[in-house]
Design a protein around this ligand. Sequence first.
Ligand code: SF4
Ligand code: MG
Length: 332
Amino acid sequence: MNQLLEVNDLVTSFRTAEGKLSAVRGVSFSVDKGETLCIVGESGCGKSITTLSVMGLLPSNGEISRGSIQFSGEELTTKNEEELRKLRGNEISMIFQEPMTALNPVFTIGYQLREPLMIHKRLSKREATQKAITLLDQVGIPHPVSKLKQFPHELSGGMRQRVMIAMALACNPSLLIADEPTTALDVTIQAQILDLIDDLKADLGMGVVMVTHDMGVVAEVADRVMVMYAGEVVEVGTVTEIFEAPKHPYTRGLLASVPNIDDPDHSMEAIPGSLPNLSEEIQGCRFHPRCPFAMDKCMEMEPPLFELSSEHQSKCWLQEVKHYDKQSATSS
Ligand code: SF4
Ligand code: MG
């Protein structure tokens, strides 16, 4: 079986003073072995909540209210905390934006890297130390041997981020979930770490879900791209389809807001307006208040995800005409 992760109709909600609010609204996607899926969208669009739902790491006022999450054929939404913790330490790894949430301040870097290797991979202490040194070297940490004895607070933020990435990769996870993993790092280290993730993906068949708002990173690492807006998937496709033939107006806006290196004078065309508040009920297409192409229909009826190719889908009424053209072409 090539499929590693399959998420179906996921709805994640939060209990708040204003009532129950849905941050993720019926999201479906899959990730194959050896594949990188990038989830993109503005902050607050539900990309981080989607990955936290998969990891079983939602904040205490959050819950999965509908849908299924299958990992290697096993349903995760019915697993208890203990079972999920086992998976997280071994099969599924996550890299967060903030390294201090993943590192334990009272243990040395060496201890934190060695422990999972000794427990999950049954390495001896000597083997685990050797592997820890190799990992630190791979994520671009100079003098790795001396770093083993240091505590997290003795390292700079960038170094801690790299230690956390080394920890996430230590047990050769089948699935790596990375939320803005390299945002805080300088470009050289960022490129080095993206290369390392890419190598592991190719060598070990690791599946990767990467959350990012950086379209440059997407272009470099993604096999497929999923664009989220206000808790929903609005477009999904191969990296080529998304960059060369983006269909949803929101995706086009995201791409247009990327600075053009070849033409620095080209003004960045940011998408006007902001994401709707979670408590705001919007009829029709949730993007219509910001969409330059909005039609009457968009304000009344929610568009379905139109199939544009076997991999490419767009949740926009503009695709309706083309969709029916194609259907009548194939049926005649
Ligand atoms: Fe814009 Fe209408 Fe498409 Fe929504 S459905 S993205 S409002 S054109
Ligand atoms: Mg986020």
